[in-house]
Design a protein around this ligand. Sequence first.
Ligand SMILES: [Zn+2]
Length: 972
Amino acid sequence: MTTTERLFVLPTAGDRLGRYTVERVEDLPEMQGKLILLRHELGARHAHVARDDDNLAFGVTFPTVPKDSTGVAHILEHVVLMGSEKYPVSDPFFAMIPRSLNTFMNAMTASDWTTYPFSTRNEKDFYNLLGVYLDATFFPLLRYESFRQDGHRFEFEKPDDPGTPLKLQGVVYNEMKGAMASPGAVMWRAFGQALYPDLTYAHNSGGSPSEIPNLTYEGLRAFHAAHYHPSNAFFYTYGNLDLRRVLDEIETHVMSRFGPQTLDVSIPDQPPFEAPRRVEVTYPGTDVERGGQVSVAWKLGHITDPDQNLRWSVLSDVLLGNPAAPLIRPLIESGLGSALADLSGYRDSFREGAFAAGLKGLSAGKADEVEALVLDTLRAIVRDGIDPELIESSLHQFEISQREVSNSGYPYGLQVMFRLLGPWLYGGDPVSGLRLDAELNRLREDLKAGQVFEPMIQRELLDNPHRVTLVLAPDPELAARTEQAERELIERLSADFTDEDRARIVQESLRLQALQTQENDPAVLPTLTLADVPPTVPRVPYTTEEAGRARIGRVPQPTGGLTYLDVQVRLPEVPEDLLDTLPLYAYAVTRSGAAGQDYLAIARRIEAVTGGVSASVGVGGRPDDLDTLRLTLTFSGKALARNGEALVGVLRDLIQAPEFTRERLEQLLKQRLAGLKASVVNAGNAYAERLAAAQVSPAGWVEEHFSGLTALDHLRRIVEGDELDELLARFQRVRDLLLQGQPLLCLTATEEDLKLDLTPITRAFSGDAPVGHPHPGTLAGGPQARLTDSPVAFHAVAYRTVPYTHPDSPALLVLSRLLRSEYLLKEIREKGGAYGGGAAFDARAGVFSLSSYRDPHIARTYEVFRAARQFLDTPLTERELTEAILAASKTLDPLTSPDTAGRLRFYGDQAGYTPEVQEAYKARLLKVTLDDLKRVTDTWLTPERAGYALVAGRDPNPETDALGLHFEVQTI
Ligand SMILES: [Zn+2]
């Protein structure tokens, strides 16, 4: 989203702004911005990216270079967020979330730095959050109790009974115990340790559970004093901001209270290896058949060298970028493992870079074979040379990644921060993180003159003795040994405890408990009010035209030279037996062949001319009616504007002439089945919510067939029952149906690129079948339980309520926010011990739902759900209501970027969710009262409107029958 209301006058190089000096001003033509680099007298650096974007961003980053594995940097990150001088509440970040319209808030610890970023579209909010962030990082209270709560502490099993066994506790201590059980995290730690054994990367910056207890409270405070000082701070601001005002705030709140200091956080070079090494590590796991990984890794040059960064980014994509790439294909086709090893590719998150490639899904004893395969393949690539077309494709992917302005993943302003930090924190040129045109030109010249990448592979990989073959294996006994080691550690540390020591532990535990239950007053924190919520919604301009049956929207946006095209097809009447086929078709169609080319040729073509294509199925209705539905199949793609026609050609071929083979389809469906099965235990709540919604809502019932457990069940029957031939026949019918549908095309590009000819696509739709409306069915059979291998449960209740334009809809949205933050979090998470509990309202489908995540309880949770109405009778304050309305308004104003703003508006308008309809909704939302919340609960959240579902490890009926809930039980 952009605004041109105000543009601030920018300083020039050499200007003095208070105690800051402007060191450089650089143009960033590709992102239509300017970079201003400043330095404060105390040594603080500041980078400001001035850009016409109203999503303002901030970050303060400190190089934190640990000298041991006590997790000091990570524990400090936690404790910093537990109260500060001006804001002495227990959790100011968490308390700010509902008082703000932020679009991002977080803090992160990497292996050698710690950062605190946020973003928001509201200027007042920006300065509110800036104050909270500055106070938290520079003036945290660092209370002893906070250190004990989040770092480590001794506690008796019964905290007030010194006769019970001693335990080690602590949020980070437990977090790292959990993290070090995951193969990905073990691999990551081992990678740094193996390649840079003499540097800070040899330590676990998150903390090794066996070493965390060595961290002292004094050590934590000293680490803060040394590292969180202006001389070691890198500030970042972004957007349409008044830089002078920001610098004034930082001067007044922070700089004026510090004196000079010097601290050496530089990281030296890792001394090179004389010969390759092998390192073996284990993680607690039992899958000895498929749980292993082998990765071959090399140390490369400094990541502050922009030529190296560019060349390795491109080469990494050449070698591993798509299923047909020359290093990935022999690895996968060898059949040794199932996928690339974690961390494969170019890694620029250490001061000296790295490249790695290998396989996972291995049984034991495969290290020699994988190592030989990687090295032999690289030798063959050097010998045979790399196809110049592959290099061209990868350069083109790199260009797209540099130009694209998108909020997917992180908000764009923070993506820019992370790109800039890479070289900046190691003393390199921050501009090189944002702009590589000189390096790109040099590379293109070198490529014209002869081979570039083959000699790089020879010199930097094959002839480089600084190589490690990293072998990761599951160890079924490791968990038991780790527990034993923890018991021994506790015994050793507590061997000399006197009765006095034990009494002190009890006392400290009780003090911590008292502190945790103490209500603290968030009123000291700044807050937004309802007057700060913009009453309007953005009216993103676009034009429309008709082309036969097709309607086309063209949206001018500052896309950085990218073109985005969506083809949403409203389907005719879909025969019931094809409903389950649609999602499989959408999954397979962009991963198969088309128009005479096999899937490898299509994959290469997609890589060469687009930035990716995808297809998806959807169900939508009208704003005033929950039962009139429409099914859609949408094809989407993006490309550099110069490849616009080629993108149209790719989408036309996928829509009009897809070609499926039995072999490829079998491969794809097996991959998808494995992915979906693995997702059930992680996203059990989403599956339970869909299954509950299917009982009360026709749209929910369709969603269940598209992406619920019903879809999983259907896929399994096809794969295990070998019904591929039948499926191929149904695919043919889907394609015919699709071409009978009504297409809505949306093209987003810069003004000059909007004239793209779309007739190759619109001509493909020649039929005249009316748009179909599937029967508004719902899932019969009462409460549904699905059993799987899980020690915890996922619960959901869904209620059928009202359509979008009904006056009660906004109150239901506010109710969902209020219940989530004020009721379910306390009852289900804090008291019930579940990992999470939530309430949600899907305003377009009219479905209100309550759910729990990784929940140890069954019957208790349904009692909590039922008691929600009583909670509304407890004394609730205006502040709680205001915060719930602010949170609800955030869902009405999602953060958009040039790639999404226009299509949301175009497709919204086409479906009847016009700006006027949305603004009427907002106006009602801002006036919701506590009485409204009680009334809509009594009217709409009634037992006869409810559907129940759960995903769990055990039959719920013995526990729930007493509540009058009897589940139909099936095993997944
Ligand atoms: Zn943490």
